[in-house]
Design a binder for this molecule. Structure first.
Ligand code: AHG
Ligand code: MN
Ligand code: MN
Length: 337
């Protein structure tokens, strides 16, 4: 049971008030969450200024994933790293944009922070929603030297996960392992205020999201699933489906949390050795934590993503998430083949 908290409570008060089964949020985690979300507010203000402060366009550099970095990928990464440095309880950071984990201070403390500083890079310059995705783990031994292996924990062990969407409104979704709560950035106070407690993803849906331009590369079960959606009321599904694809995972997942749906970025044959496009530690695990906490499911086709044992910090994974009934059907098609 989570304690009901009054709507429009500020995030600072929320983390102090939040209780699951009578257990409050540890003070070290409260400190980390406040520093992190304050930094996202700074980032939101910069995103809103865009070209006026010269932050659009390519940085002309590449990251560890071999992707071209946008200026905002670098700015967001630097801001987030700087923003949590004073956190006493944080031992280390892993980011999609940096090859090796960074210790914070001496690398000692209770928590590890992982993030995709800027999700939806291809949408920055066209003024479409982008965001930040984060995951918080417990450091296995708070007093031992920080290692990469400390971060390689299955998604189910996360103590918190969330995202911030920089869209028409700046919205924060957070789970502390007891449901999912939503906050909106209030321009007047400059703070995140609680707008919804206990978000639930509807079990059924008639909306799907996938990059259709990759259709010819998909595996047979994904092709079958999408073909059946496209066949509409005249096909085996006997209902019409709608498609939405924003190409920012944060915005697509926010839609799924808001009104149901299924989102897929599956493995495909473009690069058969690559398990998928999305990253397990910075995208799939934190989003999976939120989706499961809201009553949805997330799989790689066969297995629950949150049960996967990560092998490497930057590993990629095939992702299918959202409304239970649809994800179950996708699992059925994958296990039958
Ligand atoms: P990032 O900007 O962090 O690299 O992530 C982009 C991801 C994700 O947000 C989105 O779902 C997907 O890439 C979009 O891929 P397409 O270019 O295939 O649309
Ligand atoms: Mn991303
Ligand atoms: Mn990114």
């Amino acid at each position: 049971m989570t304690k009901p908290i009054q709507l429009k409570t500020s995030f600072r008060h929320y983390v102090r008030e939040f209780q699951s089964h009578g257990t409050p949020v540890p003070s070290g985690l409260q400190e980390l969450l406040v520093l992190l979300t304050d930094t996202c507010i700074t980032l939101s203000n910069e995103v809103a200024q865009g070209a006026l402060i010269g932050i659009l366009g390519s940085a002309g550099t590449g990251n560890v994933q071999g992707e071209v970095q946008q200026k905002l990928d670098v700015i967001a990464n630097d801001l987030l790293i700087a923003g949590v440095q004073s956190c006493q309880s944080l031992a280390g950071i892993a980011s999609e944009e940096i090859e090796e984990p960074l210790p914070v201070g001496k690398g000692l403390g209770d928590y590890l922070l992982l993030f995709d500083p800027l999700d939806g890079s291809s949408n920055i310059d066209v003024n479409v929603s982008i965001g930040t995705i984060f995951s918080i783990l417990k450091k296995p031994d708070p007093n031992a030297l920080l290692t990469t292996a400390d971060f390689l924990q299955a998604g189910r062990t996360q103590v918190a996960a969330g995202y911030v969407v920089y869209g028409p409104q700046t919205t924060l979704a957070l789970s502390l392992g007891a449901g999912v709560d939503l906050f909106a950035l209030d321009a007047v106070s400059g703070e995140f205020l609680l707008i919804k407690q206990g978000v639930r993803i509807s079990e059924s849906t008639s909306e799907f999201a996938i990059n259709m331009s990759n259709m010819r590369h998909w595996a047979a079960p994904v092709k079958r699933y999408v073909d059946e959606c496209l066949a509409g009321s005249g096909g085996v599904r006997q209902k019409d489906f709608n498609m939405r694809w924003i190409a920012s995972m944060v915005a697509d997942v926010h839609r799924v949390l808001s009104r149901g749906g299924v989102f897929m970025y599956p493995w495909d044959q473009r690069d058969p050795k690559k398990p998928g496009k999305l990253r397990l530690m910075y995208e799939a695990n934190p989003m999976g934590f939120l989706v499961e906490q809201a009553g949805g499911e997330i799989i790689n086709g066969v297995d629950a993503i949150l049960d996967l044992q990560p092998q490497a910090l930057h590993e990629r994974v095939s992702v299918m998430l959202g409304s239970k009934d649809e994800v179950n059907l996708l699992r059925k098609y994958h296990t039958q083949s």
